[in-house]
Design a protein around this ligand. Structure first.
Ligand SMILES: [Zn+2]
Ligand SMILES: [Zn+2]
Length: 358
């Protein structure tokens, strides 16, 4: 039996192990991928760290971690038609059922029976991974694997920014994590008139500037009042009196203070995109003045539109218009997975996206 290296969750506690396991045997509707690059997501950090979410959500242990990848198809199942051996692919990590009310309305990304790669089954922190053909996405060959593997979170950012046009609009982004940084670059490329990124880590705010942020604001240094003033001043300087607020607010973190300030900052008739997952289940905010009287358009964002978002992401990368190099800060061999997770969890933050190269 052919064996391979894999980073697996072996116990229902903190940590993971690099072990030898058999190369997966594919089912008729699956393809076998030789992984070239795979990146660490916040979800993987939760599973590694074994927080309350992981304890509740993860059923199968041992299980191979990881869901973001790029690699080459080396074998296809008997029922596979679209994908060929030699295709260079990534995958939508949300595997839909195609049968529930959202799926029947072509909202596959929020299927009611979603199965998630590396969460509900073996993932891709390994030399090989078995992937259902339904979620395979064929990459443009010119996109390097360390960029192609992050299309899943880049897709989150692209969907959050582009759910409605931002051309000529001011865009305020709460969060300097990888999706906030990606959103910064996408907003700039998509023609936003002003891009302000708000975070807590100077290392990442420097990346936000490289991604095209006009303002990169450290809320720990400025305070929330300072952040608000800087944004209103920047609007007043070039566009209109900043008292009216910004056209678009994207929340990429889910903090109580950020959501409250975001709803305060968004202008009448503006748009608020909610992507960040709140740590608290209940977030108090001014419902009447924050949403109702303002006529704010609230957009919940989960996953990526299949496959509209993937199409946009691929073409932004292939065109060279969007350069995500500043966000991909670390490339490590899979053997150094512990260093990768440490980089993701260290405070203050000294990493953007961490990628394992195979
Ligand atoms: Zn991810
Ligand atoms: Zn479904």
């Amino acid at each position: 039996m052919a064996m391979m290296k894999a980073v697996r969750k072996m116990k229902r506690e903190r940590g993971a192990e690099l072990v030898q396991v058999p190369v997966p045997t594919i089912k008729p509707h699956e393809v076998l991928v030789k992984v070239r690059a795979t990146s660490i997501c916040g979800t993987d950090v939760s599973i590694y760290d074994w927080n309350a979410w992981a304890e509740n959500r993860i059923r199968n242990v041992p299980q191979t971690m990881g869901h973001e990848f790029a690699g080459d198809v080396v074998e296809t199942g008997s029922a596979v038609r679209r994908i060929k051996v030699g295709d260079y692919i990534s995958a939508e990590t949300h595997i839909p059922c195609f049968n529930c009310p959202p799926c029947l309305n072509r909202q596959f990304h929020i299927c009611s029976n979603l199965v998630i790669l590396g969460v509900d089954g073996d993932g891709c922190f390994a030399e090989y991974a078995a992937i259902p053909e339904d979620v395979c996405w064929v990459n443009e060959k010119s996109i390097p694997p360390e960029f192609a593997c992050v299309q899943e979170p880049l897709g989150n950012a692209t969907y959050t920014v582009c759910v409605e046009p931002v051309v000529g609009k001011s865009v305020i982004i709460f969060g300097d994590g990888p999706t906030g940084l990606f959103a910064t670059g996408v907003a700039r490329v998509a023609g936003a008139s002003l891009v302000a990124t708000i975070g807590r880590h100077n290392f990442r705010l420097d990346i936000a500037k490289k991604m095209g942020a006009d303002l990169a604001l450290n809320e720990k240094e400025l305070g929330l009042d300072g952040v608000e003033k800087a944004i209103r001043d920047a609007l007043s300087a070039k566009f209109y009196d900043g008292k009216y607020g910004a056209d678009v607010v994207l929340d990429m973190v889910g903090t109580e203070e950020g959501i409250a300030l975001g709803l305060k900052l968004v202008r009448k008739g503006g748009r608020f995109s909610a992507f960040g997952v709140a740590k608290k289940l209940q977030i108090p905010f001014d419902y009447n003045n924050g949403i109702v009287f303002k006529g704010v358009d609230i957009r919940g964002i989960n996953g990526r539109i299949m496959y509209d978002t993937w199409y946009t992401v691929k073409n932004l990368l292939a065109s060279g218009r969007l350069n995500i190099e500043p966000v991909v800060t670390h490339k490590l061999p899979l053997d150094e997975f512990e260093k990768g997770f440490a980089l993701m969890m260290d405070r203050p933050k000294v990493s953007g996206k961490v990628v394992f190269m195979l």
